[in-house]
Design a protein. Sequence first.
Length: 158
Amino acid sequence: MLDTITGLPIHPLVVHAVIVLLPLSALGAILVAARQRWDRTYGWLVVLGAFVALGSSVVAKESGEKLASRVGWPEDHIEWGEKVPIVAFGLFVVVAVLWFLDRRDRDGRTTLTKVVAVLVVIAAVGALAISVLAGHSGATAVWKPIVDNTTVGQIPEP
């Protein structure tokens, strides 16, 4: 399970969901943390995006382990990849809490809600950083050996 789908490894397919949804959710989280009105209007969308990003990150991690058992264990990528579901979970939790608190705080944000908003920004920055580092290390593991051993124009155009 979580190995292949129609003969292709699941990992490179599902990481695209993580690469898109986690940074988008993180950016959305920063925006809704900045303005309570935006959270009331768009917060549910950010919470949903963070939830799907979390689920995708878990599938990416598990399917990545299956793929690594076939092609090798890129240690740098594994280190960063293991952190992605953790930061995705943290982002989901704090953005969901902020969304809940902003529904409750009708007359402006309380001190607790402001503290949670700061935690949302911290979690979002962490999620952005970790997702970029994991993605870059994975792309490096796959493409660097190919690029290092080929030249542009080596394969003639059809």
